[in-house]
Write a protein that binds this ligand. Sequence first.
Ligand SMILES: Nc1ncnc2c1ncn2[C@@H]1O[C@H](COP(=O)(O)OP(=O)(O)O)[C@@H](O)[C@H]1O
Ligand SMILES: O=P(O)(O)OC[C@H](O)CO
Length: 496
Amino acid sequence: MKKYLVALDQGTTSSRAIVFDRSQQIVASAQKEFPQLYPQAGWVEHDPLELYSSQYGVMMEAITRGGIDPAEIAAIGITNQRETTIVWEKATGRPIYPAIVWQCRRTAALCDRLRADGLTEHIRAVTGLVPDAYFSATKIRWILDHVPGAQERAERGELLFGTVDSWLVWKLTRGRVHATDVTNASRTMLFDIRRLDWDETLLQVLRIPRCMLPDVRPSSGDFGTCNIQGVEIPIAGAAGDQQAALFGQCCFAPGEAKNTYGTGCFLLMNTGETPCVSRHGLVTTIAAGLGGHVTYALEGSVFVGGAVIQWLRDEMRFLSEASDAEYYAQKVDSTGGVYFVPAFTGLGAPYWDMYARGAIVGITRGTKREHIIRAAQESIAYQSMDLVAAMEKDTGVPLRELRVDGGASRDAFLMQFQADMLATPVRRPVIRETTALGAAYLAGLAVGIWHDPDELRRQWRCDVSFLPHMTAEQREKNRRGWAKAVGRSLDWAKEE
Ligand SMILES: Nc1ncnc2c1ncn2[C@@H]1O[C@H](COP(=O)(O)OP(=O)(O)O)[C@@H](O)[C@H]1O
Ligand SMILES: O=P(O)(O)OC[C@H](O)CO
């Protein structure tokens, strides 16, 4: 009997595969980190072949570890780092350039031109986004401009574009399927989120040939099959990792929200079947929906979340493990007035400043390593607090609780500080691999392993609730200090 679902979670820093059974228990998993490439200041790339090989490798490792017969696998669900842009040759499957990662700022000047040309409103109205180097559209333009002959080849139909989901689908189906799902399409800055089609105006402005774009499909459904040891296994779900996490957290009803603390932080709130247009710096995006219905979400994206801890570990050598941050932060009872704005790749929502850069302010002769570590952790919560504030202004409704997940949500100090700064309960579920779980749900619903979202909702279990304790006065003082620190980091890298 088919009893397993394999979720492939291709993230920014690692590829993971998790095998779930029908009762949503993790049967086996495997994970592999891959190199981050920083060819110039502000640029971030991945090797697309490495993304695929690490993802394929961990899938096979998890299947082997779990002692699973491929014939028992009901379906594969894919979830992925979003916006990251890959262009490859249709005939050979060879990428023509490294993957330009969502964090990469190289197209900031092109985004400035789009703004200067008066396209901001069109982009907002049609795609739900803001003109920013974060999204895929200008990254495609950059590749077509910088790889010799690429524009002509793309126009002749010889090149294909895809976000990481499309690339994995293409590779896993051995070049048979060139498709993406609506959630990933909604992050390209080329997709009309109401008409559910590529937007002709933006394609023309950016001279992107329609023939290189993938077919856009519902997140739960048919993405071809992958042959594992002679067995054709349906790829039955695909969604961007943040939308998958929203789904995995069972935020199926309008008003339900989650925040994922991974490399970045991504706060998404389900807003139902009508897109909610933000007036406070958030974007409108498509959430993973079912049964042909399109569900929308408001999203706030923070570019550097857990990555600030990684930076303290790898570049500053302040920590030997990311998990040590919690210990050091609690060795001091405050940051001693230090604020850390980790705007390493600019600031995302709600500031959208591609030229902001990192700042550590308030340092005195008494500042110790522990203060800086604590300030780094607090910065993750402050940035998320800014998103909640924007969301509450947009919806006019205070957030009742925040569901959390992602690598850095393990950090209890951070979660408590988050609850304190939001004055809202923060709830961490038993299964923290909600991104992979969301992908498994989407695939499992498509092949009939589960029948409806209510069945899934009944399974959501809270592990820890962090309740707010901070006084309103302290909260306000912290909030003011943070706002002042952010002001110091804005516009830093803009050339005179
Ligand atoms: N205990 C911890 N405390 C704080 N940050 C952590 C902790 N564990 C992991 N992280 C951070 O979380 C991130 C990894 O989370 P993960 O969800 O695996 O990310 P991604 O999916 O973006 O690759 C890293 O940036 C790491 O620094
Ligand atoms: O890989 P993650 O978990 O950091 O997520 C990356 C986001 O999808 C970028 O938008």
